[in-house]
Write a protein that binds this ligand. Sequence first.
Ligand SMILES: [Zn+2]
Length: 455
Amino acid sequence: MTGLIRLYNSMSRGIEDFFPEDRVAVTMYVCGPTVYDTPHLGNARPAVVFDVLAHLLGHVYGPEQVRYARNITDIDDKIIAKAAERGVSIDVVTNETIAEYHAIMDLLEVTQPSFEPRATDYIRDMIDMIVDLIGKGHAYVGGGDIYFDVASNPKHGILTGHKQEDLEAGHRIAVSEHKRNPGDFVLWKSVFDETQPGYDSPWGHGRPGWHIECSAMIKKTLGKTIDIHGGGADLRFPHHDCEISQSCCANDTDHLARYWMHNGMVLVNGTKMSKSLGNFVTVRDAIAQGYSPQTIRLWLLSTQYRSPLDYTATNLVTAAQTISQWHRALDGIDAAPEYNEYAVGTLNALKDDLNTPLAITRLHAAMTNLGEAPERVAAGVRYAASILGIDLTDNDFYLRGPKDEQRMLVEQIIAMRNEARDNRDWAKSDDYRKHLTEIGVNIEDRGGVSTWRRI
Ligand SMILES: [Zn+2]
């Protein structure tokens, strides 16, 4: 074990040792939310995954050495449509949604990144970058819009290997008669109706394309090149290919990020959870169903980040049981989080391309030593859990505090058990009873009515 962090790099398609470019500070950028609605579980996954990576980098390099930017896209067709539907300005929609996003991130214990640039604060920087691209022959004017000329960059598509001939409309690529090539993408969109949201530019009233936002914000907040660029796997193409082309061509660099990381999607019955498909569960919905934010966070980490993650009640109940078990095991042991030998196994699992399922297993394993050195073990596992973003310090509150969330979960499991009993599925009914026992609840059946109490 070398102690190095190893990460899967989507660019090289292999696991690589991680070294920051300047050896001391680490720069990381993650594509953040487009703010027009409360986040769903699919939106929460990259925020939680890269939060764990930020904690891990902080552990190795020192928290103040990690410069982490996660942007907010606050100008977009969906935002404009939402504002029009509500009859309010886009600022009302974006400010409300950003406040809601922050509230959800707080619940999930996602640490605020070092920078949270809002696209509309960087319009000037986007315009400057577009002017650079035009000057260098990488962009052109077509019908009042500005397009990036993919043919001008022989390395375009380097991340995914998609060729411009493969491009089809539908991948957030608009078809336009003004494009030289179908793969060309818009950098600046003219808005001819001056009453519609837009900004002054050398090309008149208009607004930026989505891809240029990230390129401009990366340059301004972190620099021309960065160490790690993250985001959902669905952003690889075309978004990240476009970011790379724009940034490299505008900044005269041969790369944008040295490590590209992509999290897998959250799936519902095998289909990606998304707002447009309508199969989404918001974080608030999940909490209302009785899953505590800690449970949701642990569930989000129960699968390695590159794999798809299935949204099922069983998986969430398992996470709830684990959290409850951990709190019960540590209950009454007075020890502040501290990095020691009982944290090492968990941290090593995280250093291995954020192997969170193994980290969770190792946290369990470390707790089996509680009998021999309770304070030391508790200190180590509380530290390791804090890197996962799971707070195991306040066991008393978790076990004996107000329990509305757990109450709802218990009642849901009892309802599922009653259904199994109605169907004479005794094995399933027993499983539910076992689940309840594991989360510290006793159930009694009397006269066809089930009552429960905490063990
Ligand atoms: Zn982006």
